[in-house]
Design a binder for this molecule. Structure first.
Ligand SMILES: NC(=O)c1ccc[n+]([C@@H]2O[C@H](COP(=O)([O-])OP(=O)(O)OC[C@H]3O[C@@H](n4cnc5c(N)ncnc54)[C@H](O)[C@@H]3O)[C@@H](O)[C@H]2O)c1
Length: 345
């Protein structure tokens, strides 16, 4: 293992890019060498504030031509991800792309191919996969603590940041699908979505998405940037127990409800014999050692680059999320019919 830090370039210094820069700068395994933004003043101001030794440019080629840059992190608008990530991979740079990996399935395949051919890491920034609360619920699922998973319900709503280039689905749903796919250990079979646009014509502000997973399991996602309250709450209902992930909470991100409903095992002879056992059990709040998810994500990316460890959020996973969102987008267009993922792939 080389002791020298990995040279990194960050592309995009708008809202999210500076969070990447700040976290890379705090990791000894990384050295931020260049910041790129088509708005040069913005790149310079983030550089001056966070990494004064780095270069600031409006031309990506400066970073791609620098042999000291081994890795590129892309935090530009979703529609630009493919062009920037493919240029980085073609230049032989390990590449971390913010979610969503790309906006078409074909583009995702091409990025995967470029990474494969170049022997490069292609990672997508599914930051919730590095969240200890998400991981704790995954442990409950895999250990059987919750029993058989019935369904997940998610609310990811707040007021703003309203985007013009993508709807709320593309902005928020990568998080939901990356979490729910992980908990379910599967990709959706079908996705149905209805959405409504109030602020800008044709750009849905609120989306209600119903997702079918193998084994009769379901998920419902309520996504909106037009809601008075910031809510980040996901409920997992299992046959034995239930869990709630509240990402806004400081002291109770995960609550485990020892609650369930069961019925008489054999088909009843008559309605009078039918037993429904409703169990309201204890609620427990596990202690979680908190680590900033973005810090953990970037640390993992650097380990993948330096040590070649398997990536937890590789290009293929980014493609699966893009497939689900493309299916949801198609369903929006068709008035909410359930779109099979097999049609999208
Ligand atoms: N993981 C998360 O929780 C999270 C949160 C917010 C945003 N994001 C992701 O980060 C990315 C950026 O989002 P944002 O909210 O920071 O957007 P933003 O619009 O605030 O910033 C984007 C920046 O990219 C620059 N830019 C645009 N096109 C460019 C190009 N071709 N070359 C170089 N620079 C270019 C813009 O000038 C701007 O400064 C998106 O992919 C978004 O999904 C992730």
């Amino acid at each position: 293992m080389s002791a020298a830090p990995t040279g990194v370039a960050v592309v995009g210094t708008g809202y999210w890019g500076p969070a990447l820069v700040r976290n890379f700068a705090a990791l000894p395994a990384a050295q931020v060498l260049h910041l790129i933004d088509r708005d040069l003043e913005r790149a310079r101001s983030v550089r001056d504030r966070l990494v004064p030794e780095a270069g600031a440019h409006d031309d990506l080629q400066v970073a791609l031509a620098d042999p000291a840059v081994r890795a590129v992190a892309v935090a530009t608008p979703a529609a630009t991800h493919f062009d920037i990530a493919s240029a980085a991979l073609r230049a032989g740079k390990h590449t971390l792309v913010e979610k969503p990996l790309a906006m078409t399935v074909a583009q995702c395949h091409e990025l995967e191919r470029l990474a494969e051919v170049g022997g490069l890491v292609l990672m997508v920034g599914h930051v919730f996969r590095f969240n200890v609360a998400v991981e704790r619920i995954k442990q409950y699922v895999d250990s059987g603590d919750l029993g058989a998973i019935h369904y997940v319900h998610s609310r990811r709503v707040n007021l703003g940041r309203v985007q013009a280039d993508i709807n709320a689905l593309w902005s928020f749903a990568p998080h939901d699908f990356s979490i729910v796919n992980y908990w379910m250990g599967a990709e959706p079979l079908t996705v149905a979505a209805r959405g409504f646009a109030y602020i800008q014509k044709g750009v849905e502000d609120v989306i209600f998405c119903t997702v079918e997973y193998p084994g009769g399991r379901g998920a419902h996602l309520h996504i909106s940037w037009l809601d008075p309250r910031k809510v980040r709450e996901m409920t997992v209902v299992g046959s034995r127990r239930m869990a709630v992930f509240d990402d806004i909470s400081n002291d109770a991100k995960v609550r485990l409800y020892d609650s369930s409903v069961s019925t008489s095992p054999a088909p009843p002879e008559s309605f009078a014999d039918w037993q429904v056992d409703i169990r309201h059990g204890e609620v427990s709040i596990p202690r979680l050692g908190w680590v900033e998810p973005l810090r953990a994500e970037l640390d993992h990316f650097l380990s993948c680059v330096r040590d070649g460890i398997p990536c937890r959020t590789p290009g293929a996973q980014g493609r699966a999320i893009t497939e689900a969102i493309v299916a949801a987008q198609e369903s929006l267009k068709r008035g909410g019919v359930a779109v099979p993922l097999s049609e999208i792939r």
